[in-house]
Design a binder for this molecule. Structure first.
Ligand SMILES: NC(=O)c1ccc[n+]([C@@H]2O[C@H](COP(=O)([O-])OP(=O)(O)OC[C@H]3O[C@@H](n4cnc5c(N)ncnc54)[C@H](O)[C@@H]3O)[C@@H](O)[C@H]2O)c1
Length: 119
């Protein structure tokens, strides 16, 4: 099973659809801050914030995930230029990127594809 973070967004939703078209099982993880539930289609859906470590670990515990395609991001260019490290109080995009990498390592998961223009 593949986990698609940000799978309710523009790129992630298309990738999730294509993976399912190719017969892969997909679970989408998205906080819907920028995405749309309707775009998830028939994929399994888990709503949550990537920066919530316990929530992410719960999803990894629930499904037999063997690969991650990581698209969750706050991807507006102006926003990332104004606050490259994200808003204060730990609610930043880089923090989410670090956490997903940490969880992948914890689960000995070496299949990670990340599309990141916002770091
Ligand atoms: N759209 C493009 O043309 C393009 C081109 C190159 C690279 N990228 C990169 O690809 C990635 C995805 O871009 P997109 O256009 O699909 O953006 P998008 O905003 O449509 O999708 C991002 C998704 O991530 C979700 N998300 C945001 N923060 C989250 C969090 N903390 N926890 C869980 N979910 C969260 C949003 O709800 C949204 O559904 C970004 O890193 C972007 O910079 C996009």
């Amino acid at each position: 099973m593949l986990l698609v973070t940000g799978g309710a967004g523009y790129i992630g939703s298309h990738v999730a659809l294509e993976l399912m078209r190719r017969g892969r099982e997909v679970v989408v993880f998205d906080d819907l801050s920028r995405g749309h539930r309707d775009l998830v289609g028939k994929a399994l859906f888990e709503e949550g914030d990537l920066k919530d470590l316990s929530r992410v670990r719960a999803v990894f515990g629930k499904y037999p995930i063997d690969g991650v395609l990581h698209f969750a991001a706050k991807s507006l260019v102006g926003e990332s230029m104004a606050e490259p490290l994200g808003p204060p109080h730990g609610v930043s995009t880089p923090w989410g990127q670090i956490l997903i990498l940490t969880v992948c390592v914890h689960y000995y998961l070496y299949s990670l594809v990340a599309l990141l223009t916002v770091l």
